[in-house]
Each structure stands twice: as structure tokens, then as C-alpha cells.
Design a protein around this ligand. Structure first.
Ligand code: PLP
Length: 357
């Protein structure tokens, strides 16, 4: 297949091709993923007590989560290998991303999801992009096992993060952080579900360090929800529970990658409760102007907790905001929605509602 360079190509394949598994035959597809903002904290930084706190807004990717970075590489490699269809198991964002890239590239896409456990916005995206959706009465872990079995039997490419091309694409977020800060941060905080992302970030930081693009590597601080914390407890969780659906995973596929990243970086993977996640979710929205999904807030919850016991003074910290709050409007409405009482369209009544009288 000839290499297609789209006009104005700005995606990760084009930008980081020397550091990705890109050959002359790899189509340089893009939906404009990557190059996401690194925004400095307005308020939480002082409370945490570190030198500088930044948020990497992966919610600004084309489908609203970091999954696009890995998906663009996985789909490009699938096309290079002649695939006509892709498949994934998903807690939501992987399916939204796979569906978008498959639609753009003219591939069929099959998505297998745990019924009732996927945020509405994510399902809406997959449906809009024309994915064939199979809902199972089971967990994400069941869905992934089935997706592996199907893709072993049929000529369909598996685009979950067990596909090494996903990890390759996702490591580009580390490159961007170093490119913007001029060096690696001291601490990187991120939520951990299937553990592909922590594996990918660590790979990216190590590669940049080896190429002398950075003088150090960060400590990796991963956070799981306490009801879905297999890496923290050291054993799979048969029925993971948390309102942070993107990290409701009981048996992470990249478990080893996560513990390697933790140990090699001198970092930690710890648990945060749903209550702590919701406090961080609210703080991000109301003190930082950042509307993220609950799973993303887990890393900010974790940082706020760990900063009580660990010395973060003088440290530069980056929290990865993995996905957009628009994915899960039901959660936001449940958390924040006041009881709306419509009033007549009269000045005095509006003034009263505003508390001006
Ligand atoms: C996928 C996802 C995660 C978890 O990432 P893993 O690579 O599975 O550990 C966290 N947050 C959001 C928003 C996600 O979509």
C-alpha cells in the first residue's frame, strides 16, 4: 500500500515517525491526535505543595481520550498488513477511538463491551462511527478474552493495548511532555486500568532519556480505584467495582509493564476511593476549569493523598487527564446538577435567582 500523507498532517505518526514502527508502507493516517496542551495548575499546585503542577490534557484528542495516540498507530499497522476489519474490547474509550479511525480508513469495526458498564457518551461515539457493537453480560476482562479468541480465529486485527502498536503510539505523550518542559518531570501521575498507558509512558520516558532528550526519568505514580485495584493488592479482582468505569478492570493485560514501570522508576501504584475520586473530579472542574472523567480525576485524587506523606517540595509533577468529562454527562449531572426551578422571564425574578436581591 502506498504511503498516504494527508494534507496538513499533524498527527503522531507524522511527527514522531522516527521513533515509531513506521515503514515506507505505513499509511500516515491522522485525525489530528497528539500535541495536547500541558496546562499549569491554577490552585491545586499550592495545596499539593510541589514546585509546579501541570495537567496533560489528553481529553483534547480527537475522540476525547488518550486512546487516539495508540489507536492511530494500531490502525495504520493493521492497514499496512492488509486488514479489512479491527476489533476491541472496551470500557468505552477504546471503542470510541477504534470506531473513529476505522470509519476514516474504511475498515469494519467490532466492539465488545460489558453491558451496562459503559458511559453513554462513549457508546454514542462508537454508534455514530458505525461500529458493530456486541454487549456481553460480563466484565471487561471477559470481553478482552473473547476479543482475543475471535481475532485469533478470523482475519480481524485486535486493537486493544495488548497490541504493541498501541503502546508505541501512546508513548508519544511522554515525548511531548519533555519537548514542552525541556526535561522530564520529577513525578508523573496517571490512572491505571488495563495498565497499557503507564507501560507506554514509561517506555517513552526511557527512550527519550536514552537519546539524551531528557536528563532524568520521572517517578511513576499510578493510581487504581480501591474497588478495582489488582496491582495494589497483588491479585486479580473477580468483580471490580468503581464509578470510574474507564479503570474498572480486575486483571490488567499490561500488569507486568505497570509493575516494571513502578519499580524501575522508584514509583508506586496505590489505591484511591471513589469518594476521593469524586472530590478531585469536583476540584478539577471548579478550581481548575478542567472537566474530566472520573477515571482521570483518580490521579489527581492520588496526588493529593500522597502529597500528605511524600515530600513533593521542589518537584515538578504532571497529572495525565486521560479523558473528557463530556464522555459521562450522567455522572456530572448526578454530581453537580441543582434542582432547576424555572421562573417567569422577569428581571426581578432573575435577579432573585442570581442572589442579587
Ligand atoms: C483507558 C483509560 C484509562 C486507563 O488506561 P489503561 O491504559 O487501561 O491503564 C484511564 N482513563 C481513561 C479516560 C481511559 O480511557
Amino acid at each position: 500500500m502506498p504511503t498516504t500523507v494527508e494534507p496538513h498532517a499533524t498527527g503522531v505518526l507524522e511527527r514522531y515517525k522516527a521513533l515509531l514502527p513506521v515503514t515506507d508502507a505505513t499509511p500516515l493516517i491522522t485525525l489530528g491526535e497528539g500535541a495536547t496542551p500541558l496546562v499549569r495548575s491554577a490552585r491545586l499546585e499550592a495545596e499539593v505543595g510541589c514546585e509546579a503542577l501541570y495537567f496533560k490534557l489528553e481529553s483534547c484528542n480527537p475522540t476525547g481520550s488518550f486512546k487516539d495516540r495508540g489507536m492511530v498507530v494500531a490502525v495504520a499497522k493493521a492497514m499496512e498488513q492488509g486488514a479489512k476489519a479491527v476489533m476491541c474490547a472496551s470500557t468505552g474509550n477504546t471503542s470510541a477511538s477504534a470506531a473513529a479511525y476505522a470509519a476514516r480508513c474504511g475498515l469494519d469495526v467490532y466492539v465488545i463491551v460489558p453491558h451496562g458498564n459503559i458511559a453513554e457518551g462513549k457508546l454514542a461515539q462508537a454508534v455514530a462511527h458505525g461500529a458493530r457493537i456486541i454487549a456481553i453480560e460480563g466484565s471487561f476482562d471477559d470481553a478482552l478474552r473473547l476479543a482475543r479468541e475471535i481475532t485469533d480465529r478470523y482475519p480481524i486485527a485486535l486493537v486493544n493495548s495488548v497490541n504493541p502498536h498501541r503502546i508505541e503510539g501512546q508513548k508519544t505523550a511522554s515525548f511531548e511532555i519533555v519537548d514542552v518542559l525541556g526535561d522530564a518531570p520529577d513525578i508523573l501521575c496517571l490512572p491505571v486500568g488495563n495498565a497499557g498507558n503507564i507501560t507506554a509512558y514509561w517506555k517513552g520516558f526511557v527512550e527519550y532519556y536514552q537519546q539524551e532528550q531528557a536528563t532524568k526519568k520521572p517517578m511513576m505514580w499510578g493510581f487504581q480505584a480501591s474497588g478495582a485495584a489488582p496491582i495494589v493488592s497483588g491479585e486479580p479482582v473477580p468483580e471490580p467495582k468503581t464509578l470510574a468505569t474507564a479503570i474498572r478492570i480486575g486483571n490488567p493485560a499490561s500488569w507486568q509493564g505497570a509493575t516494571d514501570a513502578r519499580d524501575a522508576s522508584g514509583g508506586a501504584i496505590t489505591a484511591v476511593t471513589d469518594a476521593e475520586i469524586l472530590i478531585a473530579y469536583r476540584r478539577l472542574a471548579q478550581d481548575e476549569g478542567i472537566f474530566c472523567e472520573p477515571a482521570s480525576a483518580a490521579c489527581v485524587a492520588g496526588l493529593m493523598t500522597r502529597a500528605n506523606s511524600e515530600d513533593v517540595a521542589g518537584k515538578t509533577v504532571v497529572c495525565v487527564i486521560t479523558g473528557s468529562g463530556l464522555k459521562d454527562p450522567e455522572r456530572a449531572m448526578a454530581e453537580f446538577a441543582p434542582e432547576l426551578q424555572p421562573v417567569a422571564p422577569e428581571l426581578s425574578l432573575v435577579e432573585q435567582e442570581m442572589g442579587l436581591q
